[in-house]
Design a protein around this ligand. Sequence first.
Ligand code: ADP
Ligand code: MG
Length: 260
Amino acid sequence: MNEASTYQALRGHLADLKLAAAAEALPGLLDAARSEALSPTVLLERLFALEVAAADERRQASLARFACLPAPWTIADFDFDAQPAVDRKLVEELATLRFLDDATNVLFIGPPGVGKTMLAVALGHAAVDAGVRTYYTTAAELVARCHRAALEGRWATTMRFYAGPRLLIVDELGYLAMPAEAAAALFQVVTQRYLKGSICLTTNLGIASWGKAFGEDPMVAAAMLDRLLHRSVVLNIDGDSYRMRAHRARAEATRQAVGR
Ligand code: ADP
Ligand code: MG
């Protein structure tokens, strides 16, 4: 084979192996190899390094798509001064993601507007950035999906789906009443993940009122709490609503502007 047909064969191999980044970079790298007199080892290393970087990027993008995080919030966006009820050290420890190693659960408990979803989503982004398979759902969505799955004979698949991610974020538990079937679905998800994968749960329900929220079956509530809390970090955020605070600050600014 002459140089030109060898080059074409090489392009063909890269295409067959779906090494698109390497294929794209090949002409430039070959030019550089000639002009800078690169050794074959250096040339090959550069070519494959490009492909590895492209694969990492694809994996990262796919993890981010899969996670369904509803906002771009990160821990750095969280204003700890505005919410002294949140233990900064503890949140920073959580952001190291060490809690994932022993499937510790994280519960953010507090009234609306105190930053529960923001913290859960921020942990989600930290996890995705670290290459951790993460999935965000609201409790209502999870329950609705389980309900559909039961009707359509896909219960087992759906349960496997919720068992899969290393971090499962379940947002807004307790905003809707939980009939027995819904509580049972959530219970099974919690049970499957117990000691295997972390759940980050946000709820406006104080732990004492869980029994009532899963009213039709207090045993389910008790068993679920046992599993959730057995290995867990609980952050009670009983501070002011951040939304109300922003609203008050605006109102105050307006009052001052009009000189009253
Ligand atoms: P919750 O889930 O507790 O109801 P959210 O996390 O949705 O509250 O927060 C409500 C809004 O206030 C969001 O836009 C969030 O970004 C913002 N927010 C809440 N707490 C903080 C904070 N400490 N620093 C910055 N933004 C905050
Ligand atoms: Mg919320």
